[in-house]
Every structure is written in structure tokens, then in C-alpha cells.
Design a protein around this ligand. Structure first.
Ligand code: 6PG
Length: 475
């Protein structure tokens, strides 16, 4: 037994993680269900570090020092269970199985229990940064038993991205916490991408700009508050010329967004928790609407819209500000969701630490996360990011532009679900008294669901259909 860690599943993400580990001199066992993949891997990268390839799972397990540390990097869902089932009889008490895929956190909770029943320690770790991140330094969100994390901490922190000397990896919490945080990361990624797409749509259809001109705008935006990986690559994607047509590549890409489910999980979880998560949820819905391409084509010649007009002066900078304010809202919502989940599951999530490990390596890495980290450093029990002075001011400064953009888009018939819903959330959140008093009145009318009064304790019902008198219903 000579390897300190093993990786099974050598598709691109698994292969790159294994290479990242071995390149740091850590003896690494590699295995794949189909041996040809392992052979190819060794032929291509065998020289990069101290690898021990194994053809069978038995040999793979035998080549690991104890407690064994095994990273499983296979497709989320059933394949993860299949690998755990095969591994279990080969392992000893205290060995550690690490699922580094995009697993749904309830599965991670279940697997943790199943493994514990067999004397094994299970970890669900979120890994973000795509193929390049896995190889050169991802953001890592490890969840699971702290004793298991202690056994892999050194390796994980050594392969993670580093920002200002701090690795983008920290123990997130027990059980499903790591995969939960990765799920919310992906949800925020959906919101960020949707907001960028809405800005692009407005710059195209109201601003009258072509893709190369918009690329320059995003490049410029990437030097300010919006500086982030996604804004940076937006400029690159928009600037790309298509080899076939000689025009912008984006102009020939089909406008149907695909998805693998993590955004939907985030939205569904928020609904269950009762957390208003409008930005991410609208982003998921927008992908769903984009998929209805045939229906949209028919509707485009049937359903009426406004007559297009010219964009107002200052449109480009207004859009920048609307994008920033909406982004602040999307993050405020995502962090509020993590806070609610942390309370519901007793995870004791350190939200400032989550912002810290997202500063590098992951898809949503951005300057802006430093501000979120600072906010939680000062106010660890913060209910909502909008309430810290930096973000309060940022949104106050942007709100006039944000409102103009929503008005312009609405007048000109451009769909901006994430911009508009973020603004509505903001306007709803800053109201001391909203209109839900009427909702309660209606519920009481049709179903005797009762209401509370602003001027008295207790629950009340009005006998709407009888004498119209109010009765107290709680004793
Ligand atoms: C990451 C990404 C990654 C995810 C892609 C695609 O953090 O590296 O989140 O995990 O798979 O972003 O997601 P969709 O196919 O759902 O857009």
C-alpha cells in the first residue's frame, strides 16, 4: 500500500483532479471502470506524478494506505451508489469515501448514513471551476465528518485555488453541507449568467449594438465593481468570430439553454424553506422558456409587442448599474438561503468563509466576494446582505438607473425576468408594511384561516358569512 489517495472515475474532472494531486508529489492511485480509460490516462499523464494505476477495484483499494482515502468522480445519481456498493466490502472501518461530483445533497445525507452503518466515513465535497479549475486549482467545498476532513485537509487545501495566500477550501459542515453549498453556488451561477444575458439582450435590442461592440463594453465593465470571471469570459465569447460565417459566433449559437439540474434543486429547496429566491428561480425559468424554441418561433409572429424605439441616453451605464444591483440581490438571496438551511439542518455554516472560498477557482469567482466576506466578518448573524452599509449604499446609488432599465425594457418589450424580479424583491423587502394583510383577510373569508391583528395578541376570525362579528380563535 503506497498511495496516499485514490481517484476512481477518470473522465475529464476525475482525471484532472488526480493530476492536480499527483503533480504536488502525492502518491495517487487511479482507477476507472473501463480499463482502457486508465491505460489512456497513464499514457497521456503518467509522467506527471507518482501514479499507481489499477485495473480492478480490488487492486486499487489494496494500493492505498489506511485509512483509505478514495475520491469518487462519477456521474451524479445512481453511478455514485453503484461505486459505493462495490467499494464497501473491500474497505475497512474508518476508511473514507469522498464524492466529489455534483450530487444532490439529500443523496449525500443518505450516503453518509449508509456508509456510517458500514463503519465507513463519507464526505460530499463540492468542486467548482470546471475542467481547468480541477487541474489548476478549484474552489473546494468539503462536507462531512470533521475527523474525515482532517485526514484529507492537507491534500485538498494544497490542490485548491489560492487568493491572497488563503486556499479556496474549508470544511463547510457535516453531512450534506458541502454539496448544499455547491448547489447554491451553482444557483448563483445561474442568476449571474441570466443577468449577463439580459444585459446583452438589452444592449442588442434597445442599444442597437452588435456582439463585438458589446464585447468591448463587458471588457470595460470587468475593470470595475462587476469584475469577475463570468464578465471576463462574456467579453471573450462575444468577441469570438465564427470561422464558418465570418460573423460573431454567438449569432449562430442556438438560443436554447441546457441545464443539468443544480439550479432547479436550488430553487426547489428555497421553495421548501420559504426563502424568497427570485433571481435564481427566474434564471431557471428563463432557461425553461428558452427551451421552447418551436413555440417561441410560432408566437413571434402571432403575439403583439410594442413598436421598438431608440434607447434612452446613458443606456449602457444604466444597464451596468442595473446588473450590479440585481447581482447584489441575487447574492443576498442565495446567502439568505444558506443561512436558513444552516439553521434548519444545524450546520452552523460560516457564510463569510463560504464567500472566502468562492473568491478563486470557481465559476462565480469575483472581486465582489471580498465585500461579502467583510460583511460577515463584521456581522456574523446578518439576516440579509442588503443591510450592511456597503451594499445598502451600492443599491441606493444604482436604484435610479435600475428602475430606468426596467421601465425601458418593459416599454420596448424585452424580457428581463431577473432584473425586474430583483427590483421587486428589493422594493418588497424595504417595505415596513406590505399588502399581505389583504391576503390574510381573504384567507379568513373563504376558509376561516384566521389572522393576527396589529393592535392585539392572538388569532382572530371574522364571521364573514354570518353576523360579521370578530372572534378570538386561540383560547
Ligand atoms: C462549476 C459548475 C459546474 C456545472 C456547470 C454546468 O462549478 O464548475 O457549476 O459544476 O456543472 O456550470 O451546469 P449546467 O449544465 O446546469 O448549466
Amino acid at each position: 500500500a503506497t498511495s496516499r489517495i485514490g481517484v476512481t472515475g477518470l473522465a475529464v474532472m476525475g482525471a484532472n483532479l488526480a493530476r492536480n494531486i499527483a503533480r504536488r508529489g502525492v502518491p495517487t492511485a487511479v482507477h476507472n471502470r473501463t480499463t482502457a480509460k486508465t491505460t489512456e490516462f497513464m499514457a497521456a499523464y503518467g509522467e506527471e506524478g507518482p501514479f499507481t494505476p489499477a485495473e480492478s477495484l480490488e487492486d486499487f483499494v489494496a494500493s492505498l494506505e489506511t485509512p483509505r482515502r478514495i475520491i469518487v468522480m462519477v456521474k451524479a445519481g445512481r453511478p455514485v451508489d453503484a461505486v459505493i456498493e462495490e467499494l464497501t466490502p473491500l474497505l475497512d472501518e474508518g476508511d473514507i469515501i469522498i464524492d466529489a461530483g455534483n450530487s444532490h445533497f439529500p443523496d449525500t445525507v443518505r450516503r453518509t448514513e449508509e456508509c456510517a452503518a458500514n463503519g465507513l466515513r463519507f464526505m460530499g465535497i463540492g468542486v467548482s471551476g470546471g475542467e481547468e479549475g480541477a487541474l489548476l486549482g478549484p474552489s473546494i467545498m468539503p462536507g462531512g465528518d470533521p475527523s474525515a476532513y482532517a485526514e484529507v485537509e492537507e491534500i485538498l487545501t494544497s490542490i485548491a485555488a489560492v487568493v491572497d495566500g488563503t486556499p479556496c477550501c474549508t470544511h463547510v459542515g457535516p453531512g450534506g453541507a458541502g454539496h448544499y453549498v455547491k448547489m447554491v453556488h451553482n444557483g448563483i451561477e445561474y442568476a449571474d449568467i441570466q443577468l449577463i444575458a439580459e444585459a446583452y439582450d438589452l444592449l442588442t435590442h434597445v442599444g442597437g449594438l452588435d456582439a463585438p461592440a458589446i464585447a468591448k463594453i463587458f471588457e470595460e465593465w470587468n475593470t470595475g465593481d462587476l469584475e469577475s470571471f463570468l464578465i471576463e469570459i462574456t467579453a471573450k465569447v462575444l468577441a469570438k468570430t465564427d470561422e464558418k460565417t465570418g460573423g460573431p459566433l454567438v449569432d449562430v449559437i442556438v438560443d436554447q439553454a441546457e441545464q443539468k439540474g443544480t439550479g432547479t434543486w436550488t430553487a426547489v429547496d428555497a421553495l421548501g424553506l420559504g426563502v424568497p429566491l427570485t433571481g435564481i428561480t427566474e434564471a431557471v425559468f428563463a432557461r425553461g422558456l428558452s427551451a421552447l424554441r418551436d413555440e417561441r418561433r410560432a408566437a413571434s409572429t402571432t403575439l403583439a409587442g410594442p413598436t421598438p424605439g431608440d434607447g434612452p441616453d446613458g443606456l449602457v451605464d444604466d444597464i451596468r448599474q442595473a446588473l450590479y444591483a440585481s447581482k447584489v440581490v441575487a447574492y443576498a438571496q442565495g446567502f439568505a438561503q444558506m443561512r436558513a438551511a444552516s439553521k434548519a439542518n444545524d450546520w452552523d455554516l460560516d457564510l463569510g468563509a463560504m464567500a472566502t472560498i468562492w473568491r478563486g477557482g470557481c465559476i462565480i469567482r469575483a472581486q465582489f466576494l471580498n465585500r461579502i466576506r467583510d460583511a460577515y466578518a463584521e456581522h456574523p448573524d446578518l439576516d440579509n446582505l442588503l443591510m450592511v452599509p456597503y451594499f445598502t449604499q451600492a443599491v441606493a446609488d444604482a436604484q435610479d438607473a435600475w428602475r430606468r432599465v426596467v421601465v425601458t425594457a418593459t416599454q420596448q418589450g424585452v424580457a428581463i425576468p431577473a432584473f425586474a424580479s430583483s427590483l421587486s424583491y428589493y422594493d418588497g423587502y424595504r417595505r415596513e408594511r406590505g399588502p399581505a394583510n389583504l391576503i390574510q383577510g381573504l384567507r379568513d373569508f373563504f376558509g376561516a384561516h384566521t389572522y393576527r391583528r396589529t393592535d392585539a395578541e392572538g388569532s382572530f376570525h371574522t364571521r364573514w358569512g354570518q353576523d360579521g362579528a370578530e372572534v378570538r380563535t386561540d383560547g
